[in-house]
Ligand binder design. Structure first.
Ligand SMILES: Cc1ncc(COP(=O)(O)O)c(C=O)c1O
Length: 423
């Protein structure tokens, strides 16, 4: 099956059924069942006229004529492994378009640079992954772009007041929901209304959602008012801790300006990573479902442990609370990310982390192996102590990304490590 034959007896297959075939025909490559790795920097034109035509179409100087197709030029612009992986990834979010990058940070930075201009304000939810926090709080201000941070419990009126105090036009809204590492949920519909209120006939303010924690299986932001979806594809999409990549998804008209920046900044990913992502997408659903199932068992265990004072897990939200209502509206499952606070602050957390035998002590998440880290001094050490205290990134907080190990073994490992939290 190819990209152009996407129905069986008139019925569109599920995304997981298309991950092994969509966008590629074996007859293109000597019958190879798997897409070959097009490890090439440049593509040979059949004639100079063809080369000129490809450039004209790539630069948007003209649309393809009847029977004409834009062709491959150079791997900074495009490459078959990138394009097929993009087509496949877009299916999960029901997106019209997708652009892959050489990291999640490259996807986020290229997107923000494509849409923000000096003098603009960018509204950003907190807590936020440390790299994104550094970008919005330290790098963008050097280009005259100022961040207005807000938390999940920030009322719309207060957000408006903060924007007014910042004194610049709103240029973009960027949210991370669920937030890394606390699983705080941000109201996408509310943020979409906020962006729309500040859009003008000459400029639409976009809402982008970093969907790294739950997507692309358990949350589809484009269905909840987001214009763009961002991913660190290093996490669940790659899923094996063996690549670094990122993605942005949305309508072609909105992704195209970002792709243009990608070409000029050179933030695209390479053919080998595109190929690895295709390999990973074939097992995305089984991996994420199994990891989520195991995370539920582990979260229940942690919630009952006397040394654990708090568990941030979406499956434990309490009915009737605003966060629970948001979860029911926006999410399709609790995912496999847990953070939990242990007794004894940073010493307690370090004792636990240093005692783990099966779970790796490492940053990153969404991989086949379980990973644990200390946000306050690692992934979220960009934020000040006060900022971290305000967003619940406390000294005793440990982040756990649940992998594919047997839940009994994970619990055994946590049990022996938690026993060492207090001497
Ligand atoms: C939520 C989130 N967004 C973005 C990133 C950045 O992704 P990458 O490390 O692929 O650049 C990370 C990395 O941990 C993340 O956790």
């Amino acid at each position: 099956m190819s990209k152009w034959k996407d129905e069986i007896e008139g019925v569109p297959p599920h995304p997981e059924s298309l991950m092994m075939s969509y966008g590629y025909k074996p007859e293109w490559s000597e019958g190879a069942a798997k897409t070959p790795i097009f490890q090439t920097s440049t593509f040979v034109f059949r004639s100079a006229e063809e080369g000129r035509a490809f450039f004209e179409m790539a630069q948007g100087k003209r649309q393809p004529g009847p029977g004409e197709m834009p062709g491959l030029i150079y791997s900074r612009l495009n490459n078959p492994d990138l394009e097929i992986a993009e087509d496949r990834l877009a299916l999960w979010d029901g997106a019209e378009d997708c652009a892959l990058f050489n990291s999640g940070m490259a996807a986020i930075a290229t997107t923000l640079l494509a849409y923000l201009r000096p003098g603009d304000v960018v509204a950003v939810s907190h807590p936020l992954y440390g790299g994104t926090h550094h970008l919005t709080d330290w790098l963008l201000p050097q280009f005259g772009i100022r961040p207005v941070p807000f938390r999940s419990d920030c009322p719309e009126a207060e957000l408006e007041a903060r924007l007014a105090a910042a004194g610049g036009p709103l240029g973009f809204v960027l949210i991370e929901t669920p937030a890394n590492p606390t699983n705080d949920l941000i109201d996408m519909a509310c943020c979409a209304r906020f962006a729309a209120r500040h859009s003008t006939p000459g400029r639409r303010v976009l809402l982008a959602v970093d969907n790294t924690f739950l997507g692309p299986l358990f949350q589809h932001p484009l269905e909840h008012g987001a214009d763009l979806v961002l991913y660190s594809a290093t996490k669940y999409i790659g899923g094996h801790s063996d690549l670094i990549a990122g993605a942005v998804l949305g309508a072609t008209a909105l992704v195209e300006p970002i792709r243009s920046f990608r070409t000029m900044l050179g933030t695209q990913t390479d053919p080998w990573t595109g190929w690895l992502l295709m390999r990973s997408l074939e097992t995305l659903k089984v991996r994420m479902e199994r990891q989520a199932e195991t995370a539920g068992v582990v979260a229940n265990y942690l919630a009952g442990h006397p040394r654990v004072t708090r568990v941030n897990y979406l499956g434990h939200l309490i009915e009737g609370t605003p966060q629970y209502d948001l979860y029911r509206r926006q999410c399709l499952g609790p995912g496999a990310m847990i953070s939990f606070e242990v007794e004894g602050g940073v010493e307690g957390a370090y004792r636990l982390l240093n005692s783990l035998q099966l779970i790796h002590l490492a940053v990153s998440l969404g991989s086949t192996e379980s990973l644990a880290e200390h946000p306050a001094t690692m992934t979220h050490s960009e934020a000040t102590e006060e900022e971290n205290a305000a967003t619940g990134v406390t000294p005793g907080l440990v982040r756990l990304s649940v992998g594919l190990e047997h839940p009994d073994d994970l619990i055994l490992d946590l049990e022996q490590a938690l026993a060492k939290v207090q001497p």
